[in-house]
Design a protein around this ligand. Structure first.
Ligand SMILES: [Zn+2]
Length: 527
């Protein structure tokens, strides 16, 4: 099928302004993927038309904008629920549990975008109407909108379609948006974190496609992986939520889902096992965990057909939402409780490593065949229906390799404008010293700073070496006091601690090349 769907005919545009246009029959809307027999993926303007038509056709669906890309594309946010409007205030005033789903952060991984358009169409047609009793959905179907428009047949080598091409991984500035949650260099990251601050979703779901290990799962997933993630968030996801969803998918569709993992390369020294990816909060799910919120990373299997990947992502989100609907009160209770916890005085991780499971687990390995791309001189991998059970240790969690005691507060000198800007953008509360103040503080005396020569994501990564000393200092008026006792205390720690492996110093945003001391000071935990 080669016809394209259209939301409005040209004639309708001539006869009526969009505001007066008759609502289209939403059930007849098709994504570009559906209209092309899954040969192509939906473009930005089509996403805008589709979501506008959906919002026009439903009383409980709104479309708004949560920010802009570096090329100025408006980032659409679709709000679904029993709310007075699409704005953050109206959504929060509803008191419902807020679930945010984003797709397309990597714009070659397009199945989540197609799945979310299909879900919105189903919601507009009245399916899952009960969800509105306890949930408000916030859906951002095309986060990396600029990347989505840079279509090439070879953007994801080996991925099983769409054969008509897909967008690129980074944004238009060449930045990987899933490494930008801490340093926030891109307007997209600022838009997203602005949404987190304004709407404060209790749950964040981030939709991807993985081309890693050749396994038998249609989809793999991950909770937040940072060791400083609140225990109650980690436990509820691992012990209740993810197992329930996995069971339901298996029962309803016969498909296997499991935790994300990779097998070490043959020439690696690492033990054969099932290794998850990374704990650092530059990644969306890990960042969300440090904000005391539930996060689920979704990775559809790149070698399943494009249509199966879209459905795998759709089924996953549906079951996540069904569980959220049934457990909406518990989800809010847990987030409220962890927001009220103080980490002051606790030993928190600044660096971490994979931790091995106590017992081996069953991993389902798979097989693929290589096929020629019909339109390009590349080869694709096609999933075969093979399931081979293997027992191996799982490295699905991280344990600290180094900790630091969370202080009472951080003290940021007035001149550190980049640091002050980032703290504000993250939504971290702080206050200014009104007068010069003499205090006993902890100061990190630097032995050395190691700088990585190769640039990564626009930065030369740094590692600081040194140790804390206590000293009486007079702090000038205008010093920023960042209390650790606040809901974003874990995040403030990871941003400001000098040895944090994903902090502002690690990204070179706090420069220490010729300095003898780290400029951010601490008020000790026992003060
Ligand atoms: Zn991805």
């Amino acid at each position: 099928m080669t016809t394209r769907w259209m939301v409005c005919s040209g004639l309708m545009f001539l006869l009526a302004s969009p505001a007066q246009a008759q609502p289209v029959d939403v059930a007849s809307l098709k994504t570009r993927a559906e209209a092309t027999d899954f040969q192509e993926t939906t473009r930005y303007e089509e996403v805008m038309d589709f979501t506008e038509a959906i919002a026009n056709g439903s009383e409980t669906i709104y479309r708004t904008v949560f920010g802009y890309t570096s090329e100025g594309r408006a980032l659409p946010l679709v709000v679904v629920g029993d709310v007075a409007g699409a704005g953050a205030e109206a959504v929060r005033a509803s008191g419902k549990t807020r679930v945010f789903v984003q797709a397309n952060i990597h714009a070659g991984e397009v199945c989540g975008k197609e799945a979310m358009l299909m879900l919105l169409r189903a919601l507009a047609a009245g399916q899952h109407a009960a969800w509105a009793d306890s949930l408000v959905l916030l859906i951002a179907p095309i986060y990396n909108a600029d990347g989505n428009e840079r279509i090439s047949l070879t953007n994801r080598p080996g991925q099983n379609g769409p054969l008509g091409g897909m967008g690129q991984r980074p944004n238009a500035q060449g930045l990987d948006l899933n490494r930008d949650h801490m340093k926030m260099d891109s307007p997209e990251a600022r838009s997203l974190v602005g949404l987190f601050n304004a709407y404060d979703p209790h749950v964040v779901v981030d939709l991807h496609t993985t081309n890693g290990a050749i396994h038998a799962y249609h989809l793999t997933y991950s909770p937040p992986l940072h060791p400083n993630t609140p225990r109650a968030i980690d436990a509820f996801l691992r012990e209740n939520w993810l197992p329930a969803v996995t069971r339901r998918i298996k029962e309803r569709y016969g498909w296997e889902y499991y935790y994300y993992g990779n097998i070490p390369w043959r020439n690696s020294n690492a033990e054969r096992g099932w290794y998850t990816f990374d704990h650092r909060p530059r990644f969306n799910n890990n960042y969300t965990g440090l904000r005391n919120r539930f996060a689920i990373l979704s990775e559809a299997y790149a070698y399943a057909t494009f249509e199966e990947r879209v459905l795998a992502s759709l089924y996953f989100v549906e079951e996540i939402l069904e569980f959220a609907y049934q457990n909406a009160g518990t989800i809010q209770t847990i987030t409220r409780r962890v927001d009220a916890e103080s980490v002051v005085g606790q030993a928190l991780a600044v660096r971490a490593q994979h931790a091995r499971s106590s017992e081996p687990v069953e991993i389902l390995m798979g097989e693929v065949e290589e096929v020629k791309h019909p339109y390009a001189d590349i080869r694709l991998r096609n999933r075969l229906d093979v399931k081979r059970s293997e027992q191996m240790y799982e490295y699905g969690r991280f344990e600290p390799t180094e900790t630091a005691t969370a202080p009472r507060a951080y003290l940021v000198p007035p001149g550190l404008s980049t640091t002050i800007d980032r703290l504000d953008a993250h939504g971290i509360h702080a206050r200014l010293l009104e007068a010069d103040t003499t205090l006993l503080v902890e100061r990190f005396r630097l032995d050395s700073t190691q700088v990585v020569a190769r640039e990564y994501q626009g930065h030369h990564a740094q590692t600081l070496f040194g140790s804390y000393e206590q000293i009486d200092l007079t702090l000038p008026a205008g010093t920023l006091v960042v209390p650790v006792e606040q809901p974003l205390g874990r995040l403030a720690f990871s941003l400001l601690e000098p040895r944090s492996d994903d902090g502002l110093a690690a990204w070179g945003l706090i420069e220490t090349a010729d300095a003898e001391v780290y400029p951010v000071l601490r008020i000790p935990a026992d003060r």
